[in-house]
Write a protein that binds this ligand. Sequence first.
Ligand SMILES: [Zn+2]
Length: 138
Amino acid sequence: MDNYLYKCQYCGKEFRPNRRNKQKFCSNSCRVGAFNLKKEKGLGLPVNEVEKKAPLKVEKMSFAGVGNAAVGTLAVNAITSLFTKEEDKVATKGDMKDLLANLKQRYQPVKNLANRPDGTKPFFDSHTQTIVYLTKSF
Ligand SMILES: [Zn+2]
């Protein structure tokens, strides 16, 4: 596995990889050099490319990893606040109206039955065809 040589993609020197994963450069300085060269050329690398070419493992974690996580959180927060701000108000208004209309339709107050001692009032539940006692009138 370690018997063949890699060619450094920065300086062109052949080298023996010291790790099992693929190495593209003979040394850290070549890796950084290639990375900086691309940056200087103004080649905007997509995030996963930057991650692949990140010189050190530690850097990969703190830089790309945290960066992605932060972006994800930001996006989620933005979406959440959007929904709570816009949808919630509209949804509550609309839903409450619908809900009340439904309840009004379903529960008809019964006039020849007395309220219960606990203050609940008799209603005819048109869905179950029974008398129910509710605290609210609609
Ligand atoms: Zn090199």
